[in-house]
Design a protein. Structure first.
Lengths: 481, 105
């Protein structure tokens, strides 16, 4: 590392970064009252008594040193960031722009080949299949997408707009085949067979009760495949599993369920300021039993400013599923099977969810906007780190400014296979264990009830053996020294 | 008992001891480590969607500033004191992520 390329007056160690003076204009003499920078040579001899053990390899791609004389951005940072960790969310001006898919039609979805209306999803192909002539076809992709880098303000799909709690769950559709009026209860399913002509009537147009999402991801993993995955997952966790669970475990009753999610595209800008450390040397000091590892490091003011475009950030849109406190439920394992390949979603059509359970969305944007804000900041922080791995010892960001310039929200039904098991603990306390399978990717995660007496007993034996060996190891070390 | 916290604490303690003392320490804590490992393997309470790295994201117009200002010698820790570059705020299964929700009951 070429130390000669450093610039500016250097604040003394320990000085809070927020108080760091801006470096003088380039070329200005370094005599502004601050301590002169230490200029250690890269070949500086190790401290007395030091035994070099590892000389770190130079980083494969160190940040390019600023060219001599080039202006260096100030390390001082705006202080509003440190005051308010959620400074980003100045709500966009005015009303959100809401997209409504006007191509959606209620009533009979007709097979394009034979005109039949008995249509369901074929999981093997992910396509809709006519149960009469076996012709397969697909709904068009959901059409709500955009160039994220040009996204401004708040935009929402119709399915993501606020739920009108006074909107009726019951909708009356007129059968286009025989003219009868058919009632559809959206709490159960947005489909109902006409009692007179047996045509299947679907509610596809969105109504303001949150029952119809903007898009749906068809099931691609069959029940048999999901059963096999779940059996393998639990099979690897049998030894300490609760005996009652082992006796009752059976995957026959796993449930295919469409869960509601908010999917958000975000156009944002990040400005990070802080201090990073790059290790230059690692060595051992002392001798015998008192040998210890030491590290030398170079400290830098680090800044990373960038635009970033987040595609399909995915958040649960059901109050139950958002509760992921692991002391009371195992919803976190359903969260863990994300992400889904959301480019494969299609426009909602009730035939896709026929035969599956679906959960109705009951969460509005405002309930989760702080969560989205925090996750967007997490993404920015991760990306900043991906572009600053030179600082292998770490970075302490003192200012994190993340500004969201545009966001697009839509609701999507995503397919999940769920195995659930209610554990009744000794005190009568109940705990619902899930094993969840992502029905697009096959990613699996789960919670298996533990037989605590057995785990504690085995842990005790392990501890006993470990203690004996550990004491022995200490004695050996002491004698060996 | 929050197992992931216990494991984190153990990992933190272990990261700070000298390497030569690591083996005896692991042996002396072996029962706790075994319990924590098995509990996590069965219950998976630490698992979550790693939104920060699993969400498709494109970075553009990056401007980097890297200004050397001093060298530090003889540091005992392998990682920088106070580093927060891997901090995650928006996880619902750990810490105070739940407080980010504004749920109308
Ligand atoms: Zn047909
Ligand atoms: Zn009819």
């Amino acid at each position: 590392m070429d130390k000669q390329s450093t610039h500016g007056a250097l604040p003394s160690q320990g000085e809070p970064v927020g108080a760091a003076p801006p470096p003088p204009p380039s070329g200005a003499p370094v005599n502004s009252g601050f301590a002169a920078p230490p200029q250690p040579s890269p070949m500086a001899p190790p401290p007395p008594g030091a035994i070099p053990v590892v000389q770190n390899n130079p980083p494969s791609s160190p940040p390019p040193p600023p060219p001599s004389g080039a202006p260096v951005k100030t390390a001082a940072m705006p202080d509003e960031a440190s005051n308010s960790p959620f400074s980003r969310f100045k709500p966009p001006e005015g009303q959100p722009h809401i997209f409504q898919d006007l191509g959606q039609k209620d009533g009979i979805t007709k097979c394009p080949s034979c005109g039949g209306s008995d249509i369901a999803l074929n999981i093997q192909t992910g396509l809709l299949r006519c149960n009469y002539c076996r012709h397969e076809f697909s709904e068009v992709s959901d059409g709500i997408d955009s160039d994220i880098s040009r996204l401004t303000g708040l935009r929402m799909g119709m399915g993501a707009s606020d739920i009108a709690y006074d909107a009726s769950d019951v909708v009356t559709l007129k059968c286009t085949a025989c003219g009868a009026e058919v009632v559809v209860d959206t709490n159960n399913a947005p489909q109902q067979r006409c009692h007179w002509c047996r045509n299947m009537l679907s509610l596809n147009q969105q109504i303001p009760n949150g029952a119809i999402p903007d898009a749906v991801m068809p099931f691609r993993v069959t029940k048999e495949q999901a059963q096999k995955l779940i059996e393998e997952f639990v099979g690897k966790r049998r030894f300490f599993a609760h005996p009652t669970f082992k006796k009752e475990f059976c995957t026959q009753n796993i449930m295919g369920v469409y869960l509601p999610y908010m999917v958000i595209d975000v156009n944002a800008r990040a400005e990070f300021r802080g201090e990073g450390e790059h290790e230059t040397r690692r060595y051992t000091v002392g001798s015998g039993n008192n040998r210890e590892t030491r590290h030398d490091a170079d400290a830098y003011w680090v800044g990373r400013d960038f635009d970033f475009y987040v595609d399909d950030l995915t958040i649960e849109a059901s109050g139950d599923r958002l509760d992921q406190q692991t002391t009371v439920n195992s919803n976190n394992v359903i969260n863990a099977i994300l992400p889904f390949p959301l480019k494969d979603t299609v426009r909602f059509n009730a035939n896709y969810i026929r035969g599956f359970t679906s959960e109705k969305r009951n969460v509005n944007r405002t309930a989760i906007e702080n969560l989205v804000s925090a996750q967007v900041r997490d993404i920015a922080r991760w990306q900043a780190w991906q572009n600053a791995t030179f600082y292998g010892r770490g970075i302490r960001w003192d200012a994190e400014n993340v500004t969201i310039k545009g966001e697009l929200w839509k609701t999507v039904y995503l397919p999940v296979w769920l195995y659930s098991y209610m554990e009744i603990k000794s005190g009568g306390k109940k705990f619902l264990h899930y094993v969840a399978v992502n029905a697009c990717t096959g990613k699996i995660m789960g919670s298996v009830p533990i037989h605590m007496p057995k785990l504690l007993a085995v842990s005790g034996v392990v501890q006993l053996i470990g203690t004996v060996l550990g004491v022995g190891a200490f004695l050996l070390l002491a004698l060996g020294g | 008992m929050d197992i992931s916290n216990l494991i984190n604490t153990l990992a933190y303690v272990a990261s700070d001891v000298d390497e030569s003392a690591l083996l005896p320490l692991v042996l002396l804590l072996s029962g706790f480590i075994f319990y924590g490992y098995m509990y996590t393997r069965y219950r998976n309470a630490d698992k979550r969607h790693k939104h920060e790295m699993e969400t498709t994201t494109i970075v553009a117009n990056l401007v980097s500033t890297d200004t050397y200002f001093k060298s530090r010698k003889g540091l005992k820790n392998a990682t920088m004191a106070g580093s927060n570059h891997k901090r995650v705020e928006g996880a619902l299964n750990v810490g105070s992520g739940n407080k980010l929700l504004d749920m109308v009951k």
